[in-house]
Design a protein around this ligand. Structure first.
Ligand code: KIV
Length: 286
């Protein structure tokens, strides 16, 4: 996939903004610590990116696309190819938000050099501004190596879904004192290694508050605390596209219900021959 493709205003089904907005930058995101909360949502497609972009400071091409788009059982099978294709689409569909792409499981854990090769590929192929990787102190060398070589890194601590096989599920972390202390230490290690921001996922609230106070970069919470420096949700979750969502998700719409109702109406009209109507068919030349 190439970043040389851009959305063509003449052929796009959507209405791309006529005067592209100036895109936010990583330093601007860093400076937001303790200011107005940062808004981040996931996006995997050009159209979703177009719709979310004006409202968001950051768009995350999350590896959650494995479950949301591809119906996979976890994020573990997600590949660099998938992240690259969806990342390029989201960059094409956005003008304002900083676009961050998840590094998929297996693309960065072996060494800082492996992480650099994977991250450089994602940035070259998509035009995104930075990458996100999961893990604490064990990933600090990767975070430092990339940050010192010009690749902005968003960290991700607490519940780290790529480690689901080790964690045994997606329950909240940090319930014991020892586990809480380890998560705070992990957050510090990743922030000290140069992460420009940190996703704090699925932790008991006091841990999220402690991390936000302990690190100099903005924290972005999901199932964490309103005291984080920003919030992120999977867009399809908050839009109500699924029947089952985690407890920390607030639904702002019922897309599943509305899509089902529209499909039901369409099916009824096709079967009754009410669709297509006179407005939807071509008349012969007079
Ligand atoms: O993959 C993802 O969508 C994420 C967010 C939920 C933080 O990592």
């Amino acid at each position: 996939m190439s970043t040389t493709f851009t959305v063509d205003a003449a052929t796009s089904r959507a209405t791309p903004v006529s005067a592209p907005m100036k895109r936010l930058t990583i330093p601007a995101i860093r400076r937001a610590k303790g200011q107005i909360p940062l808004v981040m949502l996931t996006a995997y497609t050009v159209r979703t990116a177009q719709l979310l972009d004006p409202h968001c400071d950051l768009l995350l091409v999350g590896d959650s696309l494995g479950q949301v788009v591809y119906g996979l059982p976890s994020t573990v099978p997600v590949t660099l190819e998938m992240m690259s294709a969806h990342g390029a689409a989201v960059v094409r569909g956005s003008h304002h938000a900083v676009v961050i792409i998840d590094m998929p499981f297996g693309s960065y854990e072996v060494s800082p050099e492996q992480a650099f090769a994977s991250a450089a590929r994602l940035l070259k192929e998509t035009g995104a501004a930075g990458i996100k990787l999961e893990g604490g102190a064990a990933m600090a060398p990767q975070v430092r190596f990339l940050s010192e070589r010009g690749i902005p890194v968003m960290g991700h601590v607490g519940l780290t879904p790529q480690a689901v096989n080790m964690l045994g599920g997606y329950g909240a972390r940090g319930r014991s004192e020892a586990e809480g202390a380890k998560i705070v230490a992990d957050a510090r290690a990743v922030a000290d290694a140069g992460a420009f921001a940190l996703v704090v996922e699925g932790v008991v609230e006091p841990i999220a508050v402690a991390i936000t106070g302990a690190v100099s970069c903005p924290t972005i919470g999901i199932g964490a605390s309103a005291e984080c420096d920003g919030q992120v949700l999977v867009a399809e979750d908050m839009l109500g596209l699924f029947e089952r969502t985690p407890r920390f998700v607030k639904r702002y719409d019922d897309l599943a219900g509305r899509i089902s109702a529209a499909a039901e109406r369409y099916a009824a009209e096709v079967r009754s021959r009410a669709f297509p109507g006179a407005d939807q068919v071509y008349a012969p030349k007079a």
